[in-house]
Ligand binder design. Structure first.
Ligand code: B16
Ligand code: MG
Length: 218
């Protein structure tokens, strides 16, 4: 029985993935490390520190912890500048409608994001109060694909993973959801999110009725 829906934030509810890419791209350029959109797919859902480690490894660059900390601060400063102007019109299609539909149907709502900036973004979008549980990068020890973020959200919502659905746009996030025993709806392209139970382009393509049909037929 479906009792809860747990949403990733960046790339599912709001189009912040392009701002993360822009900030990391700018950072990589200062280090003379080439960084493509394909490589950026590997950073989606991955924590700030793990993202930096990946970029440094692509450039075969070894830095001390002090320098890494400095780079992460600068990247986040740029990212915050880019998202500063975000408002409710930057929500991805279907977000407001689908969350409201679930709320009316008394399905519990959880957030499962790797971002440490989630509260700021949710406030800018006016979405924070809709969520019954918010688990983000400030509350977890292990980055996706570890299932901790979703298991913690399910625990806070007082539901079993088999009673919850996770919505994810990242390969690492889909893997995290499946590792945690959740039904997972991928948001993006089927070829990329092959491990998801089914894939849609955006929340605009789903409603509660359709979701229940997909779960039952799986
Ligand atoms: P921050 P999600 C993730 O958010 C992003 O997909 C990923 O690109 C980012 O590196 C990570 O949050 C950490 O974000 O630097 O803001 O703490 O997709 O899990 O909602
Ligand atoms: Mg995401």
């Amino acid at each position: 029985m479906l009792k809860a829906c747990i949403f990733d934030m960046d790339g599912v509810l709001v189009d912040t993935a392009k701002h993360h890419f822009r900030a990391w791209h700018r950072m990589a350029a200062t280090l003379s490390i080439p960084f493509t959109e394909e490589q950026n797919e590997e950073l989606k859902g991955v924590s700030r520190v793990d993202s930096l480690e990946k970029i440094l490894s692509w450039g075969n660059l070894v830095l001390d912890n002090h320098k890494k900390h400095e780079l992460m601060e600068i990247k986040n400063k740029w990212y915050l500048e880019y998202v500063n102007e975000i408002k409710s019109s930057d929500m991805l299609p279907g977000t407001q409608r689908f969350l409201s539909e679930l709320k009316v149907a008394h399905i519990k709502l959880g957030l499962g994001s790797s971002s440490k900036n989630s509260m700021l973004i949710l406030d800018k979008l006016g979405l924070r109060d809709l969520f019954d549980s918010i688990v983000d990068g400030n509350k977890i020890h292990f980055s996706k694909p570890h299932p901790e973020v979703f298991l913690k959200a399910a625990q806070e919502l007082n539901v079993h993973p088999s009673e919850a659905v996770v919505f994810e746009d990242a390969v690492s996030g889909v893997d995290a959801a499946k590792a945690g025993g959740f039904y997972c709806v991928g948001i993006g392209r089927k070829e990329v999110l092959a491990n998801a139970d089914f894939v849609i382009g955006s929340l605009n393509e789903i409603n509660l009725e359709k979701l229940k049909v997909e779960i039952t037929s799986s």
